[in-house]
Design a protein around this ligand. Sequence first.
Ligand code: 8YV
Length: 325
Amino acid sequence: MKPRILVSRAVFPEVIQRLAGHFEVDDNQADVILGVAGLKERLADKAGVLTAATDPVTAEVIAAAPKLKAVCNFAVGYNNIDLAACTGAGVMATNTPGVLDDTTADLAWALLMASARRLPAAERWLRNGEWKGWEFVQWLGADVHHATLGILGMGRIGQAVARRALGFDMKVIYHNRTRLPADQEAACRACFVDKETMLRESDFLVLLLPYSPATHHTIGAAELALMKPTAHLINVARGGIVDDEALIAALRQGRLCGAGLDVFEGEPKLNADFLEIDNVILTPHIGSSSRATRMAMAMRAADNLIAALAGQRPPNLLNPEALPG
Ligand code: 8YV
């Protein structure tokens, strides 16, 4: 008999078809949000699960799934999974690094450019019929070329963002827990600086660090106060890395020029004050959302699940300690 698995969210039919060649699949193509209670119920008899970063794979969920051997996120971030609980229960956990770097870097750049040139606000104004004629000082924005780009969190996506800056002749500075090897720094012409220098000098600051309790509110009132009033902040990483209330205050008071945000504290709910502010661009967590990349992410998660349940080491194993003996 084939092992039983759950696919927790709606995905492309091709992904379900592929999994069905290996497993008895309980899918959720209706895309009902399962939450802790729904996951507990649906995982009671499952050997594996494909999850999104929106699924809370908590200790309680793991405890309610005695047959579970693998949790395979189709996301690079895995702060939705209690890794210690997985390891404790001998459950393998995996993510999807690599396949979404370029698509997410593209969105960071889309937000950066749109914030620099005030695109959404200018478009709203035009659509509202407020454009009565060309004016010399209409909708003045900031130049991206030759500006200083700061990147906080210089993993694969951070480096992809930096490489794109080469075409704009930008000065690229970054801060990371560990400094990159010299050849990687050279490939994206990026200089390592301390966090304070990066905050003070960046014209555009892109956040690309993983969320954990240690990175909660990495950018709060104190950090925003160090930034230039002409600077723009871009977050395509995770909600909670930025203190949204402090950011709203800085944008309102003109202590920061603009922001482009793809992620929010408590999403999909977001601080309603954001909706009242014109110099912030808001997108609904679409960093990896191109058809090709979402397909690659789900297929990579499927690779991980197929390997794990075949008794092999999954390619993107996060907790090798969970491997059987
Ligand atoms: C996911 C993401 O699409 O990979 C991540 O960490 O944030 C996005 O690419 C989203 O989290 C749904 O799983």
